[in-house]
Write a protein that binds this ligand. Sequence first.
Ligand code: IPM
Ligand code: MN
Length: 346
Amino acid sequence: TDGIDLAVVAGDGIGTEVVEQGLAVLEAALAPSGTKLSTTEFDLGARRWHATGETLTDEDLERIKGQDAILLGAIGDPSVPSGVLERGLLLKLRFALDHYVNLRPTRLFEGVTSPLADPGEIDFVVVREGTEGPYVGNGGALRVGTPAEIATEVSVNTAFGVERVVRDAFARASARPRKHLTLVHKHNVLVHAGHLWRRTVEAVNAEFPDVTTDYLHVDAATIFLTTNPSRFDVIVTDNLFGDILTDQAAAISGGIGLAASANINPDRTAPSMFEPVHGSAPDIAGQGKADPTATILSVALLLDHLGYTQESVRVQDAVAADLAERGDVVRTTDQVGRDIAARVTG
Ligand code: IPM
Ligand code: MN
């Protein structure tokens, strides 16, 4: 079909503010080609849960499945018990729509100050598995609240699930100039899952002989992310390690205000979802000071995924130019959105 049908889930806290700017930039990017953008807002998150007790109904899910993509702001609020919206809404979307590639690019833009004294060039992408690992929710508790309590969280790793995400990571590495892939795991302790990941990387490497690989235990990976982040090109890792490493990746490259992500269904059996890595930040919500750049960079990932390559590059270039000129200047949410949209329009 012509144009883009976009599901918009602004969500909680600063989600509404950053999504508004993301949409403004998306409109600006699509204007020259006359591409029609039809947005459908979904009332999901803390407000809806308080009002109805619902997180994400089957009906919501069916309607979302009919869209081309999802733009999500942030989910979570201190007034809702921890885990209710995370599991019942955000992770439910990722699992139900089979977002097995959680793509998190990290780049230290010119004009942005890294907390590292000597960051060097930072330009890598984390391919975080999105539908397995401890996030599956396979576990339980016995004798809760007693001194004999036992709590388990089981990490689920299937040959099918590991292979498909590893293949995707190889393909991305193969398309990049440095063609290097680092597997991050902890196979000296997590031997069952660790060896499955290691064997899979070895096997799939045969399909991508141009890609070099190496391996790091996750604890060592955190050291190198601090001491020598330029050694990384593509990182492939499981859901939980990827969650942790991408917050560190954001921190070394200017903070979570700049960190974009894509939850991709590479088989296109359902819409992919684009969201900033950051959360709803209730402490600064409503003050107009959230940085919408992470959402705007997520919009660039959205455009790229839907095949609007030129438009995606335009948005990325606009962000890069904006940061190069004003990266360390404190601006309001709308100001940043306006500045970037103006550069996109040209
Ligand atoms: C993220 C977030 C989520 C995750 C939470 C909110 C469930 O931290 O997108 O990184 O752990 O994946
Ligand atoms: Mn996270």
